[in-house]
Ligand binder design. Sequence first.
Ligand SMILES: Cc1cc2nc3c(=O)[nH]c(=O)nc-3n(C[C@H](O)[C@H](O)[C@H](O)COP(=O)(O)OP(=O)(O)OC[C@H]3O[C@@H](n4cnc5c(N)ncnc54)[C@H](O)[C@@H]3O)c2cc1C
Length: 644
Amino acid sequence: MTLLAERTETLTTLGSALRRALDGAFADVRAAGRESFPADNLLRDPTLGVEASRDWVFARLRELTEAGFGSTGLPRAAGDAPDPLGAVTTFELLAHGDLSVTIKSGVQFGLFGGAVANLGTEWHHDTYLGDIAALRLPGCFAMTELGHGSDVASLETTITFLPGQDAFEVDTPTPAATKAYIGNAARDGKLAVVFGQLVVAGERHGVHAVLVPLRDPAGDLLPGVHAADQGHKGGLLGVDNGTLAFDHVRVPRRMLLDRYGGVAADGGYHSSIDNPNRRFFTMLGTLVRGRVCIAAGAGIAARRALSIAVRYGLRRRQFPAPGRPDGVLLLDYLTHQRRLLPLVARSYALGFAQNELTAALVAVQGGSEHTERDARELETRAAGLKAVTTWFANAAIQEAREACGGAGYLSANQLTGLRGDADIFATFEGDNTVLLQLVTKALLTDYRQAWSGLDRGGLVQATARVVGGTVLERTAANLVVERLVASVRRRPEETTLVDRGWHAWMFEERERHSLESLARRMRAAGRAAGDSFEAFNALGDHVGFVARAHLERVTLEAFIAGIAACPDPEARPVLERLCSLYALGSIGADRAWFQEHNRLSSGRAKALGEQVNQLCRELRPHALGLVEGLGIPEGWLGAAILQD
Ligand SMILES: Cc1cc2nc3c(=O)[nH]c(=O)nc-3n(C[C@H](O)[C@H](O)[C@H](O)COP(=O)(O)OP(=O)(O)OC[C@H]3O[C@@H](n4cnc5c(N)ncnc54)[C@H](O)[C@@H]3O)c2cc1C
């Protein structure tokens, strides 16, 4: 084993090559980030209370902002070039440390700053972005209300134009309209982007956003603004979440963030987008970067936990065995391998998918030409990967905690803190279950567009086109995958269980069939007499299945593309095994579906488990390289159990 010294760590050649492969197109940017990131003060003392945690987090964020990390990607003034790649890679780096800092940064620069940048116009940019980026003006993104979380269109807060006064009045008309869980609201926020229904001359124009000052320079609340502390939470103690309510608060007309809709001095409403529904989704769509960042951050949290557990498994011994008088290393137990290595494999898979998502964000928000369809596909992919990666992070962190035994439960070993902090990633920036519904809705729209106008005989072809064309064309591995699938289509059961063509075919079949049958059931539900809500409601589990099947396929294809782009002869066979482990894990999890739909014989289904065991055995000797490849420098893990 050759060792390579980097500034932050010494890596095996395999670990170094795997890291380059997983960092993909952004390998140089990420390596430079790891080199320059100020990592001395990375983790918060877990025994700090709420107020001390908030102090520590604010101070750390200031330190990082001054060092050039934090506000990357946020323009400083009107006309500044966007830098979505900088925003995502900086967020990833921050997720290597205390996640309260990561989320506080996300609230300040991503949500609050991002809303001013994306929904505001020149005056807002020139007046506020510099102070926001320098953290001189801490602020809030106040969308959620007590009564309205996932259903943003139903927000109750009103933003009413006051004719003749060149002003709006922002009001919380009912207790349910109180803004809730808002980051920076309890303590630090001075200005808020407040989302509410715009009312002009008695007419409602849908959800818009307005800037509302919250506190004076001394930190006291301004007249009409009510804020309360949401108190102790299950994690993210360093973020001051709170409620906000407004009692007929007046702000000047120019405080409305009016890029997509505004009110002229004479009281006339104007918008470049006539359709209110389209306007609403366009406004929300510009905020897609937050979901890309949360998915990226969750991926890093999972990698941290798995790095700790695998490294611990390489030092901890339990029970002597013949020829092993000192005890067996945990990671030499096949059960331990089966608990951790499939999660490591999935971590790689989602990492490759995240790279493609980041590339899509750069294509849409990086200032180059793109179509509305590109923007819509980015939103769908971001919603879906945010959901699957945050769910994965929660599962992986818990498994890593248990894999470290009692030591895993000590705060000094980081896992319980990570678990508490990452938990809520499944809910904020869009609840995961609701996000999967969005994914399936978008797939059905594509399906209908390809399907409409075709007779029954054309249906199969149309379905193939949707899954094999408009959706597939966005993934880099398209042609490779098409060839792989073509090679097994006629005799899928005659391949080995590690045949990539078979994996790709199974993933495609799962998505194609479930989407096609859902479309059929949706049409039937639409025609059925009676309660139409209940007819659609009954399809809920099918809707979630389709989204997951789609995301699994996209992820597999990203993995295949990642392997194709890896030139390293030592890393490639390891990546191939990881990819098989990921694919078989996914097929195994849905084996009942595959068997029910005659895509998997019971003989092959039974053989899956032994094949997974075999892959784990083959990967075991590479365990250290695998976690090095995940990209978290050992010295940054901060787990006491890894320090001698
Ligand atoms: C720590 C923290 C920080 C936050 N920061 C901010 C912030 O800075 N700014 C901000 O605006 N908001 C913030 N939020 C709010 C967050 O975005 C919301 O909690 C989230 O959008 C979900 O809304 P909800 O809590 O009202 O849940 P609900 O929407 O009530 O959902 C509750 C449950 O019902 C399910 N459900 C809902 N609708 C459906 C449906 N149609 N079909 C099936 N199931 C459904 C969901 O899956 C979920 O499990 C934060 C929340 C937390 C906890």
